[in-house]
Write a protein that binds this ligand. Structure first.
Ligand SMILES: [Zn+2]
Length: 340
């Protein structure tokens, strides 16, 4: 908890020291439009048909169909840096990661990077504001130019998106409730009835929440494309989920860190930054841990800050994280020990 208080105390200063390298042209200048980042909640890719084609249910029909389409890149070997929300998301959205030795209190955050790179930044959250356990996330959310704490099921984010000016450079982070326990509270009754979904067991309910998230992602994608001039969309989960123990550091099970992660890059984006598109494609089978989201999203918007390191950027030809070096549980577990 102390680390989040220190981050709160330092973040303004850290941001003042932040500089974007002048060598690259940020995407806000080269391809004006919107960038949408969706942070999922407790989604386990092993139970998502888009990532695991042998899974018994088609829990993610839209993502599964999108996999082969132009501009979508799915990273099948992605892991959370920690099996709880606040620990995972704070490393995902700051320059602190498991490999570079930068403590959270000295890190810079992605919203400040995007702001300096020419975007109006948004934090749209379906999760509760400022419960003690989420204090670290509120510290980051407060860096956004516009912050909305939204009540209701995840689809409520759509009406907030409609308030965003369509012709500006927007950098929008959406923090979903996704599949957070209890799963039955995440899904509207109409969705279950409309899709005739089974709701007998806990696993059924979990599957239902994944399918609902898939539908919300589809809606966000289409609205972004049609109305916000969306140039890039990123979806990843904070951590995974185990059907018996949910997500916790003890006992730790690898399915708690098996996360979905994909990127969509528009045709205009692909033409403007052909190398970024090609490198991302080439890296789609690489091991990735979501503490490297800071570098990877900085890479997508071509806003290389002073602390950006290309070897942590999955969209870079210099990306370099071997299976033997990849870590989770904030450095306490090797990904290579994952036999699940
Ligand atoms: Zn979480």
């Amino acid at each position: 908890m102390n680390a989040f208080v220190q981050l709160q105390n330092n973040i303004e200063q850290n941001s003042d020291n932040l500089e974007i390298k002048a060598s690259a042209i940020p995407s806000s200048k080269k391809i004006p439009g919107s960038i949408i980042i969706v942070i999922g909640e407790s989604a386990n890719r092993d139970m998502m048909s888009a990532f695991n084609s042998s899974y018994s249910k088609n829990t993610t029909p839209w993502e599964k169909a999108s996999r082969g389409k132009n501009g979508f890149i799915f990273f099948d070997n992605s892991f959370a840096n920690f099996p709880n929300t606040v620990m995972a998301v704070t490393q995902a959205l700051t320059s602190s990661n498991q490999y570079n030795g930068i403590p959270l209190k000295d890190s810079i955050d992605l919203l400040d990077v995007a702001h300096k790179a020419g975007y109006h930044t948004y934090w749209l959250s379906l999760q509760n504001k400022s419960t003690v356990s989420d204090a670290g996330i509120t510290v980051l959310a407060n860096r956004a130019d516009t912050i909305k704490w939204i009540h209701g099921h995840d689809e409520a984010v759509l009406s907030e998106l409609k308030n965003i000016p369509p012709t500006e450079n927007n950098f929008i982070i959406i923090h979903l409730n996704g599949s957070h326990f209890r799963y039955d509270r995440r899904v509207p009754q109409e969705f279950i009835e409309k899709n005739n979904l089974a709701v007998e067991s806990k696993t059924d309910w979990y599957n239902t929440s994944l399918q609902y998230t898939d539908c919300v992602l589809k809606e966000i994608y289409h609205y972004g494309k049609e109305s916000l001039h969306m140039q890039a969309m990123v979806y990843f989960s904070d951590h995974g989920e185990d059907m018996e123990y949910t997500h916790t550091s003890s006992p730790f099970l690898f399915d708690m860190v098996h996360i979905p992660f994909w990127i969509y890059l528009s045709p205009e984006y692909q033409a403007a930054y052909h190398d970024t598109y090609q490198s991302s494609r080439k890296n789609e089978k690489e091991i990735f841990t979501n503490d490297l989201m800071f570098e990877s999203i900085s890479g997508i918007i071509h806003a290389e800050s002073t602390s950006y390191q290309p070897e942590y950027d999955i969209t870079s030809s210099k990306y370099n994280l071997s299976r033997n070096h990849a870590l989770t549980l904030h450095g306490k577990k090797y990904i290579k020990d994952d036999t699940e």
